[in-house]
Ligand binder design. Structure first.
Ligand SMILES: Nc1nc2c(c(=O)[nH]1)N[C@H]1C(S)=C(S)[C@@H](COP(=O)(O)O)O[C@H]1N2
Ligand SMILES: [Mo]
Length: 324
């Protein structure tokens, strides 16, 4: 059939849809087992289809204004090109090396002391946990650099509700993928791969604990921990484990990656505290990425109102390991 005038619906989808919606629609179609132009162009015929698909993937998500910042949002390019991801090397400039990582599909296992053990695709998990929201959070690396970014994701408490931990479960242990062919850093045998992190169940249920699937209103770039990573903004950045494949509920306190490597420098708790120096450098101030500015570091990274109660029974002054 001869098409005389190209109708708007015959435009390539990328021209008719904002980039982030288009990209996510494609990944949704792929996850749902659909491929090829035929279906995509049929579905984009009506406004309904694009609305429905955008609602499933959820970008850009509505911002939850309960989490506001007292500082400017970090430049996007800065936050997505200056990253810590030791699986791909120990430098901050590894973002290009993460391109070989395939994050769709992505199997996530929930196991251990739970009523409902399960393995499911990350996208499915997110759908089961409910809708995405955006939050502005600070991030403070133990190396004394900091940023402020819009994360998109789901409260971690929703994963706990889904898993239904047994009464004996006291901790949540999280693990990153292990695949040295994709992540050359994992060929370096002196590191205790895979990357592991942990929280108490109470910490994991705190309103601030967040599972992020996106940043800056788009799905997560590989280098920032696609497709799903933890964000716990009151703790030093190394607790915010990237590219998670397993959530295990345990009775014993998990030993985290950095703790196993250097327990006197990086402990289980790792709550941000300017008054307790790291054994090799002070923590009083932090450098704001991309600005040249240095500002005071705050206790719990400024989130004391939300989290100080978690540690009320613990003696911080007498136990450095509450920080490192
Ligand atoms: N799997 C994994 N997760 C990780 C890391 C890592 O090397 N591997 N680095 C951590 C550290 S030290 C920091 S500061 C943050 C950095 O997150 P960003 O690169 O998105 O800023 O990720 C954390 N999560
Ligand atoms: Mo870090």
């Amino acid at each position: 059939m001869l098409i005389k005038k190209k109708a708007s619906w015959a435009l390539p989808e990328s021209a008719a849809t904002p980039e982030h919606v288009y990209m996510n629609r494609r990944s949704w179609l792929k996850a749902a087992g659909f491929s090829g132009l035929g279906l995509a162009s049929t579905m984009m015929g009506g406004g309904m289809a694009s609305t429905a698909l955008a609602a499933i993937t959820g970008y850009p998500a509505l911002r939850n204004d309960a989490y506001s910042l007292d500082r400017a949002i970090t430049d996007e390019e800065e936050a997505t090109t200056y990253t810590n991801f030791y699986e791909f090397g120990s430098s901050k400039n590894i973002w290009k090396k993460t391109r070989n990582m395939t994050t769709d599909p992505w199997a996530v296992t929930i196991d251990g002391l739970v009523e409902s053990e399960m393995t499911l695709d990350a996208e499915d998990l997110v759908r089961q946990m409910g809708g995405l929201e955006e939050r502005l959070y600070r991030h403070r690396c133990v190396e004394a650099w900091a940023m402020a970014v819009p994360w998109t994701g789901v409260p971690l408490a929703k994963l706990i509700a889904l898993a239904k931990p047994l009464p004996e479960a006291k901790y949540l242990r999280m693990e990153t993928f292990l695949d040295p062919d994709v992540a050359p850093g994992q060929k370096q045998g002196w590191y205790p791969w895979p990357y592991v992190e942990g929280l108490t169940i109470a910490e994991a249920q705190n309103e601030l604990a967040f599972l992020a699937t996106g940043i800056y209103g788009k799905s997560m770039p590989n280098q920032n921990g696609a497709p799903i990573r933890l964000v716990v903004p009151w703790k030093y950045g190394f607790k915010s484990i990237k590219s998670i494949v397993r959530f295990s509920f345990t009775a014993e306190q998990p030993v985290s990656f950095w703790q196993e490597l250097a327990g006197t420098e990086y402990g289980f708790w790792a709550n941000v505290n300017p008054t307790v120096p790291h054994p090799r450098w002070p923590q009083r101030t932090e450098r704001l990425l991309g600005t040249g500015q240095r500002v005071q570091t705050e206790i719990f990274n400024g989130y004391g109102d939300q989290v100080a109660g978690l540690y009320a029974d613990m003696s911080f002054d007498n136990n450095r390991t509450l920080y490192f």
